[in-house]
Design a binder for this molecule. Structure first.
Ligand code: HEC
Length: 120
């Protein structure tokens, strides 16, 4: 009896493992985009909505331009990342905080934000 219940636990574990493998995993890109959205909307992190309209965002400001059609505006994703890292390089008097230069966001958070903003 004891053995049986143990083996059924093992069987359940095996089934669980197999079904986990079979569940289609979100692509790495999707996960990164989701993380980027979270960081961008977080008032204590990117806080991009204070200055930018972003589709789906609430209580947005308009100090900066709406972040839409970003692939057309940034055919080069590396340039977008560079601008988020330090907008003052391209626009010395900007109000936008240099998120990378001042360490407001980590490098991996900036990667995620770049991926998300580029998807808009
Ligand atoms: C305090 C206000 C402020 C915050 C916060 C802010 N921005 Fe900006 N952003 C601006 C302003 C102003 C501009 C216009 C560029 C300039 O100043 O020359 C700009 C420009 C941009 C641009 C360039 C748009 C274009 O088409 O030229 C991107 C991309 C951008 N911001 C992304 C972000 C992201 C992503 C965040 C959050 C992680 C963010 N911004 C947070 C103020 C802000």
């Amino acid at each position: 009896m004891k053995f049986q219940s143990k083996s059924s636990v093992v069987a359940l574990a095996v089934i669980a493992a197999i079904s986990t493998v079979n569940v289609p995993l979100a692509s790495a890109d999707e996960a990164l985009i989701a993380k980027g959205k979270e960081v961008s909307f977080d008032r204590k992190k990117g806080n991009c909505l204070t200055c930018h309209q972003i589709p789906g965002g609430t209580l947005t400001g308009n100090i900066g331009p709406p972040l839409i059609a970003m692939k057309a505006r940034y055919p080069d994703k590396a340039q977008l990342r560079a601008d988020i890292w330090d907008m003052t390089k391209r626009s010395p008097d900007t109000m936008m905080p240099p998120f990378g230069k001042y360490g407001v966001l980590t490098e991996s958070e900036i990667d995620a934000v770049t991926e998300y903003i580029h998807s808009l």
